[in-house]
Write a protein that binds this ligand. Structure first.
Ligand code: ATP
Ligand code: MG
Length: 783
């Protein structure tokens, strides 16, 4: 490398010293461990560009993985700016999609064909149910079994590797269903998400020769958001880039590990230097994203976690404005207030709508926020990428397409066997399924001899034949057709899915038909992108490489329809584009890695955020967030990290909001303010200690409901908040003594309560000569 290389200067000039050190690091493992907004993702992209431009590493030798498709897309865009067309040859993707691409090339080694399909959660559940039915297991919920199977896969364990104690009957059931489930998937030429990684890791373990091909090819592996890798992902990394000396660069922040529920293990990042002895460790401490007030608040929340690497970020950015605390009567008022503040910011703060985001802990919270934004005419995008592909009609269309490439997929066939309605009833389907099971063949194969299915009448046989003919015609078409859109178009015409909906005539059916047209549009867009990539690749032919090295793009030779289906199978929760000129609405989990000028963190209440599960995990503890020895529960520690992630997305303005009472999940609750609020010193909000809402106590019960017509009150900051919450805490965290109001009886105090929630029976001592009354809680509101 020559210092005169002009790329070198350009790629390094706007990096600080430790960032530069990470980019310049030579061979061997490297860990970049640092807080939010310190330029970790920037280091990854610069290092990739540096390897290509300065060290002349072929781009196809570089594998860069990150957590969501959206992050991968962003990384690719940044790299295209730095590298131009060469960026097309890099493998920049999520763990799942890189694994899917490699697995497809090696499919025959794992008992699949290249046209395998990827089952999602609801397909998985169907397969679990069928496996349970066959094994005669009724004593467990299919959801629970599926959850256990997913956990085993995250931990890189096949059924035979499960650790089940001899007396653990449920564990044995799970193992039995898991084994049957795997068999069913293989028979259907299908995999689930967990399999993408697990099958690949298993293949690499048993076929070192296959693994060697990929090790030879990928001389550089880089991982962003490393704190969220689970054991199976880590196993894959160790295979591709083995310790102690491979060129594995991992970057992450232990404080942002938020996927424990998917098996992520924060110890992976903290223990990296043990796994890769001699790894270089670089720490970045300067934050470039957030004003100091925001950083201080985030630090105060996260520092209560015990098992973490202590780090304090500093910023050259100004202290900035104080944080804003929005106290509201209920979730509607909260949503209206958020809408109002957004409009005010846009007007006065010169902040664009597309630089604002609203976060919440649970997806269900978005409904009320959406309504308020619509009413206030604030354009927004709901970042929940799967919703389009999860629509029933789009799933039907996908099921047909998947059968076109893989007719053995029973779950897909069962989905559309009578869609559009063709008179194939449940009994016929049952008889066909029994017949297929008895013969050990797929439903598609069974359909080729419907006369032989016992107890079917002539009409049923005829309908099954008609259905089989339709599928045959479609699969034949798929084999000759070159484009995804052509296949979608043909499928829509032959199945008459759109026509049938239009014939229904209802508005809803009309919308569903439009969704199917939109689906066709998605396929057209996919084809266009693919064609553009092919043109770019042709303009940039691969260099001479040694014959033993496989430099072909991982997706070479994958037919268009299959590639399209793979792409839509891997669309994740957080993948929707944040629209131009629109406020983004998303869960805290989806916010990872992103940044906005203004952030609204809503629902800052106990049992909402922190989540009820985490609060429950702590109820045995005496102090508010920790046991006597100061150790928070794992669940609560993860909620804290999630709060840290939320706060640190904000550049300039951070609004935290809460509601005095909230209906969520069909239940009305009065929750105490979130403990995370209490951790933020009041001056950061620009208010005095007394003005902060009361600290939560453990076991605050759910409280009675306000009068329905109070919902019309409109947005306002409810100053009675702290009053009400201190009442709530008045008698040792009990509702007794709380001031309440009843429309007819006026103001009184709760004497006792029987039960919880809106239907609790509450005895109240009313003033004004009314005396004691027993009243259903929902007819009361805090006085
Ligand atoms: P997170 O922990 O949220 O993933 P991160 O550590 O990956 O954050 P980046 O997203 O890479 O951080 O960077 C945060 C912001 O700071 C970005 O806007 C980035 O462009 C900017 N930034 C990073 N490094 C520098 C630098 N040396 N000079 C100026 N701006 C920088
Ligand atoms: Mg990042």
């Amino acid at each position: 490398m020559s210092p005169a290389n002009p790329h070198e200067t350009a790629l390094l000039e706007d990096l600080n010293a430790p960032q530069r050190e990470a980019v310049l690091h030579g061979d061997g493992p490297l860990l970049v461990l640092s807080g939010a907004g310190s330029g970790k993702t920037r280091v990854i992209t610069r290092r990739v560009a540096y390897l290509v431009k300065v060290h002349d590493v072929y781009p196809w030798r570089i594998l860069a993985v990150t957590f969501t498709n959206k992050a991968a897309r962003e990384m690719r865009e940044r790299l295209t700016q730095l590298l131009g067309a060469q960026a097309n040859e890099l493998v920049v993707s999520t763990f799942h999609s890189a694994a899917a691409q490699i697995l497809r090339r090696e499919a025959e080694h794992v008992g699949l064909t290249r046209s395998f399909v990827i089952y999602d959660d609801s397909d998985q559940l169907n397969v679990v149910k069928r496996a349970m039915r066959e094994a005669g297991i009724e004593s467990m919920q299919p959801r629970e079994i599926l959850h256990r199977i997913d956990q085993e896969k995250n931990a890189a364990r096949l059924p035979e590797h499960m650790q089940v104690a001899p007396g653990d009957e449920r564990g044995q059931l799970v193992r039995k269903v898991y084994a049957a489930y795997q068999e069913r998937l293989r028979a259907a030429n299908a995999v689930d998400f967990g399999d993408l990684l697990l099958l690949l890791v298993t293949l690499f373990r048993t076929r070192p020769d296959v693994l060697e091909n990929y090790r030879r090819r990928f001389t550089h592996v880089l991982v962003d958001e490393f704190q969220d890798t689970n054991p199976v992902q880590y196993a894959l990394l160790k295979q591709l880039a083995p310790p102690p000396s491979a060129n594995l660069v991992v970057v992450g922040d232990d404080d942002q590990s938020i996927y424990r529920w998917r098996g992520a293990d924060v110890d992976n990042i903290l223990g990296f230097p043990r796994q890769y002895p001699g790894a270089k460790v670089v720490k970045l401490e300067q934050n470039y994203r957030s004003d100091q007030n925001i950083l201080d608040a985030a630090h105060e929340v996260i520092r209560k976690n015990t098992r973490r690497m202590e780090k304090k970020l500093w910023s050259e950015r100004p202290r900035g404005q104080t944080l804003d605390l929005l106290l509201n009567r209920d979730e509607r008022a909260e949503a209206q207030e958020v809408a109002r503040q957004i409009l005010a910011l846009q007007r006065e703060g010169f902040i664009k709508l597309s630089s604002m985001a609203v976060f919440y802990r649970a997806n269900a919270q978005s409904r009320v926020l959406e309504e308020a934004l619509r009413l206030a005419r604030v354009p927004y995008t709901l970042v929940s990428g799967r919703s389009f592909y999860d629509r029933a009609e789009v799933r039907d269309a996908s099921a047909y397409l998947r059968l076109m490439v893989n007719p053995r997929s029973d779950a897909d066939l069962l989905r559309i066997i009578n869609i559009p309605a063709r008179g194939i009833g449940d009994t016929t389907v049952e008889r066909l399924t029994d017949f297929a099971n008895a013969r050990g063949v797929s439903l598609y194969e069974a359909l080729s001899q419907p006369e032989q299915v016992p107890a079917l009448n002539g009409a049923a046989v005829k309908r099954l034949k008609g259905f089989r003919n339709l599928l045959e015609s479609l699969t034949a078409f798929a084999q000759t057709n070159e484009e995804a859109a052509g296949a979608v178009d043909q499928m829509l015409r032959e199945t008459k899915l759109v026509e049938t909906l239009l014939a229904e005539g209802s508005d809803e059916a009309q919308t569903r038909a439009e969704n199917l047209r939109e689906f066709l549009g998605a396929a057209q867009e996919f084809d266009l992108n693919r064609a553009a990539a092919a043109v770019a690749a042709a303009a940039n032919p691969p260099p001479e490489v040694p014959p033993e090295v496989d430099a072909a793009p991982l997706t070479a030779d994958v037919p268009a329809l299959q590639a399209f289906l793979e792409q839509i199978s891997l669309v994740g929760e957080a993948d929707a584009e944040v629209g131009d000129g629109r406020v983004a609405l998303m869960t805290l989990h989806a916010a990872k890695g992103l940044e906005f000028d203004a952030v609204f963190l809503t629902g800052m209440e106990e049992n909402v955020f922190p989540h009820a599960r985490a609060v429950k995990s702590e109820t045995t503890f005496l102090s508010e967030d920790a046991s006597a020895d100061g150790e928070p529960s794992e669940e609560m520690a993860e909620e804290r990290r999630l709060c840290y992630v939320g706060f640190t997305r904000a550049r300039k303005r951070l609004f935290v909001s809460l509601a005095q009472c909230r209906s969520l999940f069909g239940e009305l609750r009065y929750n105490a303010p979130s403990r995370f609020l209490r951790d933020v010193p009041s001056p950061l909000f620009g208010i005095s200690e007394q003005e902060l809402p009361e600290a939560p106590r453990p076991r605050v019960p759910s409280m009675p409901r306000r009068r329905p017509h109070d919902e019309d009150d409109g947005p306002r900051i409810d100053r009675s908040y702290s009053q009400a919450s201190s009442d709530m805490d008045g008698v040792g965290g009990d509702v007794r003594g709380m001031r309440v109001r009843h429309e007819q009886f006026g103001v009184g105090r709760v004497v006792s309560a029987d039960g919880n929630g809106p239907n609790a029976k509450v005895t109240v001592e009313f003033g004004g000569g009314v005396g004691l009354k027993r009243i259903i809680a929902r007819f009361l509101m805090p006085g």
